[in-house]
Design a binder for this molecule. Structure first.
Ligand code: KG4
Length: 345
């Protein structure tokens, strides 16, 4: 089975061709980063126009790179939510048009389900059920993945997402966009014990997170370090980044260990701890998760970095999983800017 996946829910226009033998035949991405960089963040209207300009070329190149003909395609999938409505419309309408023109079924895919199932694309041996930490710019959730379309949210952020917190801290430090990666780089030579940042909700008996208090505390410290021109020395920046990253890892560590003891997770007998989403590219976070998995005696699965951030392959793969699980195509599906994972179960 050969499936095309289209992703345009935020600031990357991506099309991939994937087969059901876990092979990515092509993965093409045009990033809008350089354009949004000028404004310090994603501008939704600009994003949708850029998707519109890029999508045809991204698709044509993906087909050429895969070395297939249009008649080889068995199904077309697109991110139908959650995300920025303009980009979702561009991606979904392109995919529907393609599906109709080649007379093949169209499958709307939930972006978060794409992230949740992609570890199985990268690792053929990953079996359900598993415990997933989904950490992206818009989401922070601990999910018990029991099967395709079968998700139980064990913990979630009550305010900001983890990636968003990285982004806001980077912005106040005047680090370049995109931000999470810059924090990680800047933290390398920093003293991670210099600042004692708060860990909101850390002592509560649940697996929920709060990142907004941490974000505000870091912002306050950064302002206190600014000189008369509003600049912060590179040593101070490194120490802030290192201390911040350490606290994020400590929060994730505590909450995931709590999630492992949740009755539903214990009963499910999970096979692995899995990470997905953009902030899952962070090396310190990955090391933290590896240690937890080891302590609980389960496998640790982290997809390759290029599959952590938004991409068309995860959408094609989630489509393949849905098709195999017997879900029906839906050409009339309208994009949903808000579409929680729990709605799929
Ligand atoms: O999943 P993703 O590509 O996009 C969506 O949120 O949909 O995730 C992007 C997020 C951003 O907040 C970015 O700052 C964060 O992932 N991120 C990182 C790293 N790389 C990306 N955060 C921490 N460390 C990184 N290396």
């Amino acid at each position: 089975m050969i499936v095309v996946g289209v992703e345009a829910s935020c600031d990357d226009t991506s099309v991939a061709v994937v087969n059901d033998k876990h092979q990515i035949l092509s993965l093409n991405i045009i990033s809008q980063t350089d354009m949004h960089k000028l404004y310090g963040g994603v501008v939704p209207e600009l994003a949708s126009r850029l998707h519109l300009n890029a999508i045809e070329k991204v698709f044509n190149d993906a087909i050429d790179n895969a070395g297939i003909k249009l008649s080889d395609i068995d199904a077309v999938c697109a991110t139908a939510g959650p995300g920025l409505i303009g980009g979702l419309i561009v991606g979904i309408m392109f995919a529907k048009g393609l599906a109709v023109s080649i007379d093949k079924p169209f499958f709307p895919v939930n972006h978060l389900e794409g992230h949740s199932l992609t570890p199985r694309l990268a690792d053929e041996n990953l079996k359900f059920p598993y415990l997933l930490l989904l950490i992206s710019g818009g989401n922070t959730q601990i999910v018990l993945v029991r099967g395709v379309g079968d998700y139980i949210i064990i913990g979630k952020t009550t305010d900001d997402a983890c990636g968003e917190c990285f982004d806001k801290v980077a912005k106040v430090l005047k680090l370049p966009y995109p931000n999470g990666v810059e924090i990680e780089k800047c933290a390398v030579n920093g003293d991670n014990n210099r600042f004692d940042f708060p860990k909101p909700m850390i002592n509560e008996s649940n697996a929920d997170f709060s990142f907004s208090g941490l974000k505000s505390a870091v912002i306050r410290v950064v302002h206190s370090l600014e000189d008369v021109n509003g600049d912060v020395s590179s040593k101070d920046k490194s120490d802030v980044c290192a201390s911040f990253q350490k606290v994020v890892c400590e929060i994730l560590d505590k909450k995931i260990r709590f999630a492992f003891q949740d009755e539903r997770v214990v009963q499910a007998k999970v096979n692995a701890l899995v990470v997905a989403g953009g902030a899952g590219a962070n090396k310190a976070i990955r090391e933290t998760l590896q240690k937890i998995a080891c302590d609980f005696g389960v496998d640790y699965v982290a997809p390759p970095l290029k599959l952590c951030t938004d991409n068309g392959a995860m959408i094609a793969w989630a489509g393949i999983e849905r098709i195999k699980a017997g879900y029906k195509s839906d050409l009339l599906f309208s994009p949903k800017p808000r579409w929680p994972l729990s709605d799929l179960s």
